[in-house]
Design a protein around this ligand. Sequence first.
Ligand code: GLU
Length: 423
Amino acid sequence: MGENLEILQSVQSQYKEAASDLGLDPAVYEILKDVERLIEVSLPIKMDDGSTKVFKAYRSAHSSILGPSKGGVRFNENVNANEVKALSMMMTIKSALLSLPLGGGKGGLKVDPESLSDRELESLARAYVRAINNYLGSDIDVPAPDVNTNPKIMGYFIDEYIALNGGKVDFGTFTGKPISLGGSLGRSAATGYGLALSVKYAYEQRGESLEAKTFALQGFGNVGYFAAKYLCEFGAILVGLNARDKEAPSGSSAIYSTKGLDVEELQAIRENEGSALNYAKAEKITNEEFFALDVDILLPCALENAIDEKIAPSIKARVIGEGANGPTTDKAAELLEDKGVLIIPDILANSGGVLVSYYEWVQNRTGSYLTLEEVQEKQRDQMTRVFEEVFAIARDKNVNLRRASFMKALERLSDGLKYRGRF
Ligand code: GLU
């Protein structure tokens, strides 16, 4: 059993139903319903006060059928085995959907990173790489940033990895690295940029533009910040922000202003004062009020299960772009789709991150580097082609975008399994 069994079962049933819709050989689901490898380790860390604390950590490699397993590592108090397994299964779909020569993986450390000093965090990051070193490598498993991890952490990861492996500088073992360590321009912006592109595409499909469309954003991390920035560039207006900053003013979890919130000002306030919710030109509202805002678009960019069946009935937005992985529960999605809400699913909407990670991996392997303009143009073109295909499948087969994405990805996975002689 264990925690987060629901999210794992939900992803498994998406695999099962899409495979059955496609009439695939039963072996496809039999093989893909579980992960290829799950590593669970305990990492003892000497804390600054002289005590020793032990942290649980995981790395799940779901599939390497189409290439090395690929996916982020998160630092979060609620990390558990079922969560990383489910998220690694979603990564397999993202990579296959984008036709990348990569599989799916995900890792997590059960820790609240804000409770650690910089030195403790660095020790923990290095201990994680030491514990899973034998299963890392640019041809084996390639981690990247995820919730609460960033290029700085990737810098510790790659440094430890190089030290452990005879000084071999295999930069392609991690993506989302600092630019000076083989990182790609445009990687930090990639997930949010791709999310904004997906929302823009959805409106264009209806013959509408984003001009003056209002949106509410949950989560002001890397994904949320860049999604908001690009959506505003495309003409939309940010009117609500929900953020769980530690230093948020008490009693409020969100802010709202019909006049619009300025993304750069919010960012500056967060940097200077610890919470974007201190923005003076907005009204403070509760979590419930935030989800019930009368907006066109809602962007959940925080954690899974943010929108459940209790919240769903109050939602007025007509389009939901899933920046987070698994932010809408199955029951909530059903309620929303019954009301005619369009959900652009995580595996499609936030796949810009792994796409530019792939460009980073290729740049590391070839030693030839792209400009920011080249990265963003490639990302836009490649994602637009996938949007076109997925929206077409959804129309033709009369299924939602999640099912259409699974169907496209599973066709490729089934082919790979067949040619590798697995059935
Ligand atoms: N953590 C991101 C995701 O969930 C990116 C993974 C990657 O770049 O490998 O898609």
